[in-house]
Design a protein around this ligand. Structure first.
Ligand code: AMP
Length: 424
């Protein structure tokens, strides 16, 4: 587009979404590469599921009374009349894929990771988007609290490798189906007693699922929730023991953490362990990652009785904490003057790229001087100059843009000449 006018409002990016442009995307690539490398060291493998899923997956998996399902899903009916949802979270997709492909029968560890976009129709603000990106990891088929500790240690290790400092790890247990009913009764009674002081949304939650009041972002509701009964006072022996062993493992692995009895996380499927890593002054927007155990989810989806545990890390929030500048790229800018030089430059660029070097060639009609200025402006490490004299003499010029040193090199010797210089 030639016009300098911004696109009309109809054509601008959808509210709550954003473009990740060159200059910024290098940081994303670095974080993603680091995460993949680390997860593979822990035996995780990538599992890529579709962006769209049947809506029922989230009704059953995420939970019908969660904020995600009641308010935040991008749901539409496709041309066949089927209700489809853009995934708001990843765990149900992994559970579905395991059931669908019977991955549990393969005998391989069910440790999966994925990095990609999620969609929630939430109120956009700093750190909260409608299309955001998560690094998601899941372990299925492992009941031991040591696995919960192992994944928290893995998350902690990723943050440290990326140079993130000043985070806090909060842990809690939300119990299981044996210990939750008694807690649910007391919680409901207490919530009913303060119903008038809760927001409209939370008043509905008193009946539907009082645990979800803890997810409310309204300060008045949060203040009330701080005085609600604590789930940790209701845990059955098995859950209490699981939580104690989880914390013991974290200590052994050297992961500092703090129990937070009000932490319940916004999803219905959690059982026993839950955790969050927060940055800055705390609060919802500062949760860089959250996760926990979901021992009943697979069963609830109609699959085999396989337990699970995992976490999701928000990439936008993680990247906002990083203080990294992308490394300047080392590349060769090819300067060509004349028709024959243009085709020779194209061949030289192909050869450089085939040998693993970045080579940039532009075809706008420009003289030597303006191409040289471009090479400078773009920060090329080297310029390869091919003009009429160079073609006639059978020697190209290779110029070090930093020092200004220039050498004559035979065309077939260019790759050999530049390789050690670009790598060094
Ligand atoms: P959740 O799937 O809600 O447990 O969230 C896991 C992590 O994803 C959070 O700790 C955030 O870092 C990130 N996250 C969740 N919702 C959003 C959003 N709307 N925008 C940006 N990041 C989000």
């Amino acid at each position: 587009m030639n016009s300098a006018a911004p696109p009309s409002k109809d054509l601008a990016a959808v509210k709550g979404t954003k473009d990740i442009l060159p200059g910024e995307v290098e940081v994303w690539q670095r974080v993603e590469a680091e995460a993949k490398r680390l997860f593979e060291l822990y035996g995780f493998r990538e599992l890529r599921a579709p962006v769209i899923e049947p809506t029922e997956l989230y009704l059953k998996g995420t939970g019908e009374t969660t904020d995600i399902v009641t308010k935040e899903m991008y749901t539409f009916t496709d041309k066949s009349g089927r209700s489809i949802t853009l995934r708001p979270e990843y765990t149900p997709s992994v559970a579905r894929a395991i059931v669908e492909h019977r991955l549990d029968l393969l005998g391989t560890p069910m440790r999966y990771y994925y990095i990609g976009p999620m969609f929630r129709y939430d109120k956009p603000q700093k750190g909260r988007y409608r299309q955001f990106h998560q690094i998601d990891i899941e372990v299925f088929g492992e009941k031991d609290p040591a696995v919960d500790a192992e994944i928290v240690e893995m998350a902690d290790s990723l943050l440290r490798r990326l140079g993130v400092r000043g985070t806090e790890t909060l842990v809690n247990s939300v119990g299981c189906r044996a210990c939750r009913p008694a807690y649910g009764r007391d919680l409901k009674a207490r919530a009913e007693a303060v119903r008038d002081r809760l927001c409209e949304d939370c008043r509905r939650k008193v009946e539907a699922n009082p645990l979800r009041i803890f997810d409310c972002k309204v300060e008045g509701c949060r203040a009330e929730a701080r005085n609600f009964p604590k789930i940790t006072d209701y845990l059955c022996e098995e859950c209490r023991d699981h939580f104690a062993r989880f914390r013991g493992c974290l200590d052994l692995l050297g992961v500092a953490h703090r129990p937070e009895p009000n932490l319940v996380r916004g999803l219905d499927y959690y059982t026993k362990t839950i955790f969050e890593i927060v940055a800055g002054e705390g609060g919802q927007q500062n949760a860089v990652l959250g996760g926990g155990r979901y021992d009943d989810m697979m069963k609830d989806l109609g699959g085999p009785d396989i337990c699970g545990t995992g976490f999701a890390m928000g990439l936008e929030r993680l990247i906002a904490l990083l203080d990294v500048k992308p490394e300047p790229r080392k590349f060769v800018y090819l300067i060509h003057v004349g028709e024959e030089a243009k085709t020779r430059a194209a061949v030289a660029a192909r050869d450089l790229r085939a040998a693993g070097m970045e080579a940039l060639l532009e075809f706008g009609v420009r003289n030597f001087k303006s191409q040289f200025a471009r090479a400078n402006k773009l920060g090329a490490g080297w310029a390869l100059i091919i003009g009429e004299d160079e073609i006639r003499g059978g020697l190209y010029k290779v110029k070090d843009m930093a020092t200004g040193d220039q050498k004559d090199v035979r065309p077939e010797g260019v790759v050999e000449f530049l390789r050690p210089r670009l790598e060094g």
